[in-house]
Design a protein around this ligand. Structure first.
Ligand code: IPD
Ligand code: CA
Ligand code: CA
Length: 254
């Protein structure tokens, strides 16, 4: 099984090279609305992965953001969960701060997750039970912190919606907030102590499934905003962080 993990890490690096070669050669299209963007590179990278996965592991299923695979998705089987470019807006505006996110599940349980910051060349990875890594460096367990000494990562878009009202007091308790626009990487930033908690009102499995495996390996948790347990395959609002700071958040929401 570890071979599958090594194989996936190699394919991600190949895909990263493909993206770098096409960094200035993309066209942009809209999806559900004018602000929901996709480039032809997102599609190209997803097709690249799907082809490689189907060649190597024909019985496996793929759940990928751009839905380029025509067949049904069976979450109870061997399942790859892919975001070919997480942070598409960053990709378009900055040509940096975006990631490839790939998780592998068996029977709805995460086996390994890889999040690759293509431009920095930083690969966050974890094979469940065998440690989490940033490149070759083993990551340390998440630190216990007070909420008043913690940074929270969340989207300002949330500030514009009504949903915030329930969480206003809890969010005000943090030292400050940061927003990077790339959910998979932001959750991995917890592992580096760049932020301490990550919150989102609306994520899809491909945004967070891989990072969830990494963060849980480091003693962190990813749960629903009311404390619901998640498999990583839900379309959901969520909070991620070290368990005691997440509990402080829930306490302040009461
Ligand atoms: C988005 C980014 C963003 C998050 C959105 C995601 P995309 O993914 O991760 O940070 O706030 O919810 O949809 O569209 O760039 O792959
Ligand atoms: Ca995404
Ligand atoms: Ca994407």
């Amino acid at each position: 099984m570890k071979e599958k993990f090594s194989w996936a890490a190699g394919v991600i690096q190949e895909a990263g090279e493909l993206i770098k070669q096409n960094l200035s050669l993309y066209s942009v299209n809209t999806k559900s609305n004018a602000k929901d963007l996709v480039t032809d590179i997102d599609i190209m990278v997803e097709e690249f992965f799907c082809k490689r996965i189907k060649q190597e592991y024909p019985a496996d299923f793929i759940l990928a953001e751009e839905c380029t695979v025509a067949e049904e998705v069976r979450t109870d089987k061997n399942l790859w969960v892919l975001d070919p470019i997480d942070g598409t807006v960053n990709f378009i505006h900055q040509q940096q701060n975006f990631a490839i996110s790939l998780a592998y599940y068996e029977n709805t349980c995460g086996v390994f997750g890889i999040v690759y910051d293509v431009i920095k060349g930083d690969m966050y990875s974890c094979y469940k039970g065998q440690g989490a890594y940033l490149n070759a460096v083993k990551l340390l367990p998440l630190q216990v912190k007070k909420i008043s000494e913690s940074l929270v990562g969340f989207s300002h878009k949330w500030l514009l919606g009504n949903q915030l009202d329930n969480y206003r007091k809890a969010l005000a308790a943090f030292r400050n907030y940061r927003y990077y626009g790339v959910a998979s990487l932001e959750i991995c930033y917890l592992a580096q102590g760049l932020i301490d908690v990550y919150l989102s009102g609306n994520l899809k499995p491909w945004d967070y499934a891989a990072a969830k495996i990494i963060i849980e390996e480091l003693g962190g948790c990813i749960k629903g905003l009311q404390g619901e347990t998640l498999t990583g395959l839900e379309f959901t609002a969520l909070i991620a962080g070290e368990k005691s700071v997440v509990d402080q958040f829930y306490e302040l929401c009461r």
